[in-house]
Design a protein around this ligand. Structure first.
Ligand code: NAD
Length: 476
């Protein structure tokens, strides 16, 4: 673990093994942090806050920019580490590293452009100026999940650091290695000791200590809805500033006038990238009757090209490599969800022939029951339910019939339908004729059980500062 610039063992000298989900081989081991280690990390981050918060923003931004450049330089190594612990194919891991670097650059640049405001105030109490200044908050906790360990680290750490905060990051216990690699690059970039600390360990054991610590003022969490709900029960009474990026069940509406070919291509990436282990994705597709058959047959043909396997080995063209499911339990959940769905499995859905690893053949399921687990729950894997619709209003109603509200998309060129989707789909984000992709430039986040608060964009930068109003009077 990295605490105060030192690479440390856990206080209790225990370790957690990291396992490659494609081969079931142990690829590393990290310290199993205890409450004592978390206490030390937070105390260290608190000490480092004094000087870092007073460091010139240009200097803070330059260090983050240097870290971004180092991430680019070491992209291949980071990607290989990510593949070995997470399972995603190397090309996808490279994509994630590139996205991380882009996000770091974005905040390094943005930080130097954002300034407070001042204005003349009404003269009721004599002439006065009002200023709005932006103060860093203190120690921030960055808690990340296993599916995109690096991009989701960047979306928290970059805005936190450039805004003058210090950070204690806690990666998922199954994917800590690439995160530690990035922390090493931040240190190499000149980040002072203690400004970014990484504790490795199980969330169920150290999460509450970190989240409930009185010196942690801001918590950025990405993970499951139930974990987020628990986290709020700890952080809420303590009045902490929290952002929660939780699960999703994004609907996609494909209208009869859509470019079906483009929609299929986007849905393929949106559902099967990262073996479907994405919060944001195409999780339920509603297709208007006239184009349903064309859409589904093109979809099934492409999904059938996937070949689940070890992410370090490329598939022979035209086959496409898909990585494993991250854990055996997660794969079992997916099998149970397919079973409960009750629809027609058009392709995939089996485990395939593998000596080792937790694989699932990517699946398309036509018309599962609306009240089944496959439709009601978050499906965190490569399984896509497809439905037909006849009336646009009905498609919107079914899209909204979920406890989640992260992303959504619509495929049409009818401006009225685009407007309806933008206004009426209950989600934090709607894409039009576009794949569900989290641009660094645009606020990202959900509503309902998908959480609250935004990552990405200048809005996220704002969520790492306290705006303070200052009135300067006595001018007359
Ligand atoms: P998870 O909730 O199991 O774990 C996420 C992190 O929380 C891990 O670091 C874990 O160790 C930690 N944790 C566990 N218990 C904790 C506690 N009591 N206090 C504090 N931290 C604790 O999630 P996961 O299975 O790693 O990730 C998959 C989930 O993440 C899916 O539901 C997915 O939709 C969601 N996700 C959401 C977004 C988004 O932006 N909305 C992005 C990616 C993933």
């Amino acid at each position: 673990m990295l605490i105060g610039g030192e690479w440390r063992q856990a206080a209790g000298h225990e370790e957690i093994e990291v396992v490659n989900p494609a081969t079931e081989e142990v690829v590393g081991a990290v310290p199993k942090a205890s409450a004592e280690d978390v206490e030390l990390a937070v105390a260290t981050a608190k000490r480092a806050f004094g000087e870092w918060s007073r460091t010139d923003v240009e200097k803070r931004a330059a260090i983050v920019a240097r870290a971004a450049a180092l991430v680019e330089e070491h992209a291949k190594d980071l990607a290989a580490t990510l593949t070995s612990e997470q399972g995603k194919p190397l090309a996808e891991a490279m994509g994630e590293v590139t996205h991380l670097a882009h996000g770091l650059h974005y905040y390094a640049e943005a930080a130097t452009k954002v300034r407070g405001a001042h204005q003349e105030l009404p003269s009721a109490f004599g002439p006065a100026y009002g200023m709005v200044i932006r103060r860093p908050m203190g120690v921030c906790a960055a808690i990340t999940p296993y599916n995109f360990p690096l991009t989701l680290l960047g979306t928290k750490v970059a805005p936190a650091l450039v805004a003058g905060n210090t950070v204690v990051a806690k990666p998922a216990s199954t994917t800590p290695l690439a995160t530690l690699g990035v922390a090493r690059l931040f240190a190499e970039a000149g980040l002072p000791d203690g400004v970014l600390n990484v504790v490795t360990g199980r969330g169920s054991e150290i999460g509450d200590v970190l989240v409930g610590h009185p010196d942690v003022r801001r918590i950025a969490f990405t993970g499951e809805t139930e974990t987020g709900r628990h986290l709020m029960s700890v952080a809420g009474p303590l009045m902490k500033r929290v952002t929660l990026e939780l699960g999703g069940s994004d609907p996609v509406i494909v209208c009869a006038d859509a470019d079906v070919e483009a929609a299929v291509k986007a849905v393929i990436i949106g559902r099967y990238w990262n073996a479907g282990q994405a919060c944001l994705g195409c999780k339920r597709v509603y297709v208007e009757e006239p184009v349903y058959d064309a859409f589904v047959s093109a979809l099934v043909e492409r999904v059938g090209r996937y070949e689940p396997g070890d992410g370090t080995v490329k598939a022979e063209k035209p086959r496409l490599r898909m990585g494993p499911i991250h854990t055996r339990e997660a794969r079992d959940t997916l099998l149970a969800q397919i079973e409960d769905g009750g629809g027609e499995v058009l392709v995939g859905g089996g485990t395939g022939e593998h000596d080792k690893g937790w694989f699932l053949e990517p699946a398309v399921v036509a018309e599962p029951r609306a009240d089944s687990r496959l439709v009601r729950e978050e499906v965190f894997g490569p399984v896509l339910p497809v439905f037909r619709f006849a009336e646009f209003d009905d498609a919107i109603a079914r899209a909204n019939d979920t406890r989640y509200g992260l992303g959504s998309s619509i495929w049409t060129h009818d401006v009225r339908k685009i407007h309806r989707a933008a206004q009426d789909i209950d989600a934090g984000m709607t894409w039009v004729n576009q794949i569900h992709y989290g641009y660094d430039e645009l606020p990202f986040g959900g509503i309902k059980d998908s959480g609250f608060g935004k990552e990405h964009g200048l809005e996220a930068l704002d969520s790492y500062v306290e705006l303070k109003s200052v009135v300067v009077g006595g001018l007359a």
